[in-house]
Design a protein around this ligand. Sequence first.
Ligand code: GDP
Ligand code: MG
Length: 676
Amino acid sequence: AEFSPRAAQRNGNLLSPTLAAAQDPQTQLQVINEDQDFNQEFNDYMRHVWHLADSGFDYNLVAVFGSQSTGKSTLLNRLFGTQFAVMHEEQRQQTTKGIWISKGQNMNVLIMDVEGTDGRERGEDQEFERKSALFSLATAEVLIVNMWENMVGLYNGANMGLLKTVFEVNLQLFHDRNSRKGKTLLLFVIRDHVSKTSLDSLAEAVQQDLNRIWSELSKPEGLEQCVIGDYFDFMFTSLPHKLLQQDNFNRQVDQLRHRFMDPSHPAYVFKSEYHKRIPADGFPKYAESIWEKIVTNRDLDLPTQQELLAQYRCDEIASAVFDAFAEAIQSLKPPLEAGRVVDNLGTQMDDHRRTALAHFDKNAGRYHSEVYQRKRREHLAKLNSELHLLFLAQVKNLAKQSVRQFRESLKQRLAMTTDQDFSTVIVSAKAQALDQFNEQARQAILDETEWAFTAEAEQLDQELQLITDQLKQEELNRLMRRLEKSVQNQYTDAVSSVLNEPHTGMWGELLSQFFAINESKEQLLRKRATGLQVPTEELDQLVTQFRLVAWEAFCQRIHDDTSEQMMLVRLRSCLEDRFRYDDQGLPRVWKPGDDIDGQFNKAKDSMSQLIPLFNRIDIEGYDLKLDDYLPASFDVRESLELLTAGKQKELAKRFKREADALYVEAKRSVVATTAR
Ligand code: GDP
Ligand code: MG
């Protein structure tokens, strides 16, 4: 694979052309090249070539160490099905530069083939040996140390120099024993085991060398007493000569493979305590940051690196999850913005939030626990604040809906109800509207939030109260108008029936009817106003207002009924009753000799006593009652005057003319009868 960091960045998660070509999951990647650059395609390889990114902790990492041309790559390829480059017999030149990485066939194992870590041979770059040892120890669970049998016991051999380096950097890396979570396994593979020496003896020889190196190591402060077993476990195995004993070699490699694949194998190499606990999706980033520290020779503190990785990955995960979340809740916005109430908004928001948290937990939960918890709180807060906007919109729309429904339901209920129930209807409609609002708003509140809608509920209450008050007022106005109309009609009847029979005491009669009519209406008014829960004070005012209006209407009826024209008609009809009808109420037919003049004068005299009755409304006997009945500021006596002296004179004159006409008509009728 070509090394092109920018290509990978440019393509983001898409496959780069190099990746697209890398169909074979065993394609290897040069993770560190000869210039010691870190390959940015690592992440894409993890994801798209090796398909390991989602495997969490369920992957293992093994690195191989050893002098050049000791058959390392050959062993790895045979063991794991990888395709690391192998040196050709003829060329005898170094093939592997830097660090290559690949995935084992049919296993979640990453294999690092480290450049011939043989500083002595390469001469120029012992420094790289140190760096790759650091890198491998920080990441791998198992280090395969590859060596020829004939090198065993050569304390000054290249391998021992290498192992010294490994031990030194290990102490540098894991100097804080408390932060040391587990050990690393050193698996010695002794190649070309052709001598009669037993494996045990070889192992013991190696072990002795290791102990010696360890004891000669200068240990950091506080670690003077530490033993090699604090940091490493050891396993030894050997292989026959590949070329001389090919079948045997292959068979033993096959057997060795079980140790990497079968957890139930007694010598299974990937004990969980060796795992570096870096989630697979964060491993490339982790490896990069480690490498960056190594090449810049800065302090490499693994716990800090893990925390930094956790921060980085949690942020990355949160941001990806948030994007998906924001996209998912997008569909909830248009209806809310259009003022609609979204059904089950709470449940829907909860689902989206749950999904977003679950995705976050699934991917971020494997990282540094404190960092993860903190980032989770941040993530949740961000989700919540986004959802809070929807909640607020919903509450606003709910309040609007409540007002609308309240008006609507009041209208409907009032149409089906009698007046007495009016207030009950309002109270229950309002309570229902508020209950429904509270209930629906509460349903939109999510757990782990401090959302509230107290202010909105109060405002809604006030709004409904305003509507209620308006409706009450309208209802009262309607009632007052109905009562006024109804009393006016009754006054009209009473006034005309009483005044059409003018007699002394007629005013008293009329006033008594006035009070009787009012009394029943007042009772009705009190009853309904009480039903509307009008406060006593206001009710008293209403009654006073009613009485005043009633009185004025009553007086107005009387005034209308005592206009000159009406009086003339009334007097004339009285005169006719008396003059044209006899005592039995039969019409008179005048005959010659009848005392027309006498009868006429008698009738006219009785009439003249009637006119003064209409001078004014006579409230005698009711004056105290009226003073009490009407507001103190109202002057009852002002409106009593009906016919002024001048008007009386005028009326008398016109009446006389009418009467004379009647008289003449009577006389003529006699003449006519006689003349026939
Ligand atoms: P590396 O440099 O350690 O990766 O070694 P290579 O795998 O490239 O092999 C170097 C040379 O050693 C090649 O020519 C191989 O054919 C040869 N070789 C590989 N395995 C063995 C082995 O087990 N015994 C012997 N004698 N030669 C081997
Ligand atoms: Mg090699």
